[in-house]
Design a protein. Structure first.
Length: 145
């Protein structure tokens, strides 16, 4: 639904094909969403990024006017900007250290060994259960005769 509203305003027929919902239904939903206050609408990630880029070069008065016309608080715009900046941080800052990578590999090997041990124990238990049922069936069969 958010794709049909500003700032994205995608074409109804395109969204209808992607989602598999009839265009009449989508038009009705869009009109219903437009009748609600703009502040209650959800913004898509693409819409938030577009809003940040659009308002980046504006002065405070223009930015406030843009926010009023699009139903966004300036504080929300600031949060979106901080979020985008964090997401675009240098990949080197996000990488794990060699020590952490080594520790992770060691932990993975330990978990794989433990999983293999538990798999074997489960298989053994299942085999014992099947055997006990067979033995019980054999001895109960003899009592019936």
């Amino acid at each position: 639904m958010a794709r049909l509203l500003p700032p994205e305003s995608a074409a109804i027929d395109v969204v209808a094909r992607e989602v598999g919902i009839g265009t009449d239904t989508l038009e009705r939903w869009r009109e219903d969403a437009r009748s609600r206050p703009a502040r209650g609408r959800a913004w898509t990630a693409a819409g938030r990024l577009e809003a940040v880029v659009t308002t980046a070069a504006m002065n405070e008065a223009d930015k406030s006017a843009w926010c009023r016309s699009h139903g966004v608080y300036p504080a929300d715009l600031a949060k979106w900007r901080a979020s985008a900046t964090t997401a675009l941080a240098a990949p080197e800052e996000m990488r794990a250290s060699p020590q952490a990578t080594r520790a992770d590999r060691k932990r993975i090997k330990e978990l794989e060994r433990e999983l293999l041990r538990k798999d074997r124990a489960l298989a053994e238990t299942a085999a014992l259960l099947v055997l006990s049922k067979k033995v019980q069936a054999i001895f109960n069969k003899g009592e019936d005769e």
